[in-house]
Design a protein around this ligand. Structure first.
Ligand code: NDP
Ligand code: 8X3
Length: 250
């Protein structure tokens, strides 16, 4: 039986790597994001196994309509990868742009629950399936100016655990993948509103993890035997670790 995977944020970074990884394994993949040209390029060369879906996850009604309108061969979803997300801005809270905060909440939290609510009934009805949510180390470990971004990822982490409680006994699995610094994506360019030089500086002189490493983690969690639920995967580059508590001395 062919697995069907629904990946959000598939036009770039992790999502594109995850879509390619599953397609290479022979899965059918629904690749969702806002940029249709990127999705069309991603779908090329997979012989129709990758279905591009232009979708803004912030729009709950559009998500429900898109999921219910999937072509029959892509409608029987087994795996939902809630990957679409973004950081916007890196300012202290009192200077941050409120519209950046709203966009992170709307995408990382509301977008994720829109997709989950739309697809979950399919998984529960067949008594199997897997929801993979992209959290972040920023959801567990605070860092200066991480304010709302980190808070949205704490939401993703707790929502994932709460989902497991609700899905107890249904056979549906839930995993939260929580990466640290990952290069070769548009994450930092988006965070710095298109400033590529500033984005490149984030990874200067260190080796970040790569989108393919994340895709491999996702594939590993999904490929565990059906009686095994991987609750959380936290991974970061060897070059990244922890700092001390900050102490202000007068
Ligand atoms: P990218 O910016 O490369 O990819 C983000 C993806 O999300 C794009 O495909 C973008 O597509 C999509 N997206 C953004 N907004 C929406 C929306 N409203 N509707 C649908 N799709 C949307 O970043 P990454 O691949 O690095 O990030 C992927 C996920 O991993 C995010 O949730 C991020 O928070 C998380 N993460 C990233 C880390 C990193 O260091 N890179 C580390 C830890 C977690 P489009 O613009 O076409 O809609
Ligand atoms: C992205 C990782 O450390 O830049 O979620 O916040 S970090």
């Amino acid at each position: 039986m062919t697995t069907t995977v629904f990946v959000t944020g598939a036009s770039s970074g992790f999502g594109a790597a995850i879509a390619r990884r599953f397609a290479a394994d022979g899965a059918r993949v629904v690749a969702a994001a806002r940029r249709g040209d990127r999705l069309a390029r991603l779908a090329e060369g997979w012989g129709g196994a990758v279905h591009p879906l232009v979708l803004d996850v912030r729009d709950g009604a559009a998500v429900a309509e898109a999921v219910s309108g999937l072509p029959p061969e892509f409608a029987d979803i087994d795996v939902l990868v809630n990957n679409a997300g973004l950081a916007k801005g890196l300012e202290p809270a009192h200077l941050a742009d409120l519209s950046d905060w709203d966009e992170m909440l709307d995408t990382n939290c509301r977008g994720l629950i829109h997709c989950t609510r739309a697809i979950l009934p399919t998984l529960v009805a067949k008594g199997s399936g897997h929801v993979i949510n992209l959290g972040s180390v920023a959801g567990t470990y605070p860092y200066p100016r991480g304010n709302v971004y980190g808070a949205t990822k704490a939401f993703v982490r707790q929502f994932s655990l709460n989902l497991r409680s609700d899905l107890h006994g249904t056979g549906v699995r839930v995993t939260c993948v929580e990466p640290g610094m990952c290069g070769s994506t548009e994450f930092s360019t988006v965070r710095f509103h298109g400033d590529q030089e500033k984005a490149a500086d984030v990874y200067a002189g260190m080796r970040p993890i790569e989108p393919e490493d994340i895709a491999e983690s996702v594939r590993w969690a999904v490929s565990q035997p059906a009686h095994v639920n991987v609750n959380t995967i936290e991974l970061m580059p060897v070059a990244q670790s922890f700092g001390p508590f900050a102490v202000h001395r007068a």
